[in-house]
Design a protein around this ligand. Structure first.
Ligand SMILES: Nc1ncnc2c1ncn2[C@@H]1O[C@H](COP(=O)(O)OP(=O)(O)OP(=O)(O)O)[C@@H](O)[C@H]1O
Ligand SMILES: [Mg+2]
Length: 335
């Protein structure tokens, strides 16, 4: 018989999920990997919470992904979903906000300290700082980290107002001039946000000040805190144009630059992955391709071999492009 009281239902749900995992000999890491393979990537921390009886019930989206990962269907699936609904006395209707977050990157690894730091800011219940900026060199993983942390915060139900996202794509630098556009204007960024909030083109104010006013007015009316993720910001001014006025919202920014003029923002500096994280990345990447490829997991000494092979394959591909022959690798840096 199932328990109808919310806490009891939560405990039973988690006990049954853990039993199903044990029965199939799967670890939490296996579940995370399987959700990625299914295109429903659930963060490690979210899977861990979903199995921990001390934590609240998972969202219906998380549970669905975990049930898919475990291959649970039919009446078992229905019963577990009912348990979740009973455990979540708030019901799914508690999260009614805007949903503008893109999917998080597949196979995310590491960055535990930085995730913790970001989640301190992405907590409307705490009175700490309201804006965090992830800074670091090109390609180091700022956007991936921000999206990953944002998904954890939303999955944990911290933002009943929802999540807004805009990619300012602010790095139309010399090397990328051909391939990328110039940073999007504040007016365009506000348009993206307002569209996510349901404002149709027909009702879009034509000018930037008009859009900014509507954006702030709408945010002030939100029934609960929202998270605003401003990705790839080129300047502090571009960020300031999107800061909310009233309301207990939180803002997460990624940029290659430190924004000293963004008063009160917490900067989290991102360095390259540690050696252990890099090994985990190679292991995860191999399994995303083939879940049975456990070479690196069984023998981490395999990681350097795989890394060298991947690099060699990349160089070989470069060789097809007459403008980017492998020879450039042999040139001294900066030439
Ligand atoms: N921790 C990680 N685990 C797995 N993959 C990662 C991780 N960090 C970054 N990546 C991958 O590395 C690539 C580059 O990362 P990302 O785009 O986040 O870098 P960035 O710092 O935002 O770059 P830019 O300065 O160009 O905006 C992406 O494909 C991303 O998915
Ligand atoms: Mg980025």
């Amino acid at each position: 018989m199932t328990d109808t009281e919310p806490n009891g239902a939560n405990r039973e749900l988690k006990m049954r999920l853990r039993a199903a995992m044990k029965g199939q000999g799967l670890s939490q890491a296996d579940i995370v990997t399987q959700t990625q393979l299914n295109g429903e990537a659930v963060a490690k921390a979210t899977v861990s919470n979903a199995l921990n009886a001390e934590k609240g019930p998972p969202s219906s989206v998380t549970l669905k992904a975990i049930l898919n990962a475990l291959g649970i269907s039919g009446s078992d699936r229905e019963e577990l979903s009912r348990l979740r609904d009973r455990a979540d006395s708030r019901g799914d209707q508690a999260v009614v906000g805007v949903v503008g977050l893109p999917r998080e990157p597949e196979g995310f690894v590491g960055r535990q300290d930085e995730i913790k730091e970001l989640l301190e800011v992405l907590d409307p219940a705490s009175g700490s700082r309201r804006t965090a900026v992830v800074v670091g060199m090109p390609g180091v993983g700022k956007s991936a980290l921000a999206l990953h942390a944002a998904h954890i915060a939303v999955e944990e139900g911290r933002f009943p107002g929802g999540a807004l996202y805009v990619d300012l794509d602010g790095y139309a630098g010399e090397a990328e001039k051909k391939a990328r556009q110039t940073p999007i204007s504040a007016a365009h960024a506000l348009e993206v946000m307002l569209h996510t909030m349901g404002v149709t083109s027909e009702h879009m104010p034509p000018t930037e000040p008009g859009r900014a006013a509507l954006y702030r007015a709408k945010l002030a009316e939100f029934s609960g805190p929202a998270m605003i993720l401003i990705d790839n910001a080129p300047t502090a001014d571009a960020v300031k144009a999107l800061l909310p006025g009233l309301g207990n919202h939180r803002v997460l920014v990624t940029s290659r630059h430190t924004f000293t003029s963004l008063s009160g923002a917490r900067h989290v500096e991102l360095k390259v992955l540690t050696v252990d994280e890099s090994v985990e990345l190679i292991d995860t990447a191999l399994q995303l391709f083939n879940p049975h490829d456990l070479r690196v997991r069984k023998d981490p000494g395999q990681a350097p071999r795989q890394a060298v092979r991947a690099t060699a394959a990349g160089i070989a591909r470069l060789g097809r492009d007459p403008e980017r022959r492998p020879a450039w690798l042999a040139r001294p840096p900066g030439r």
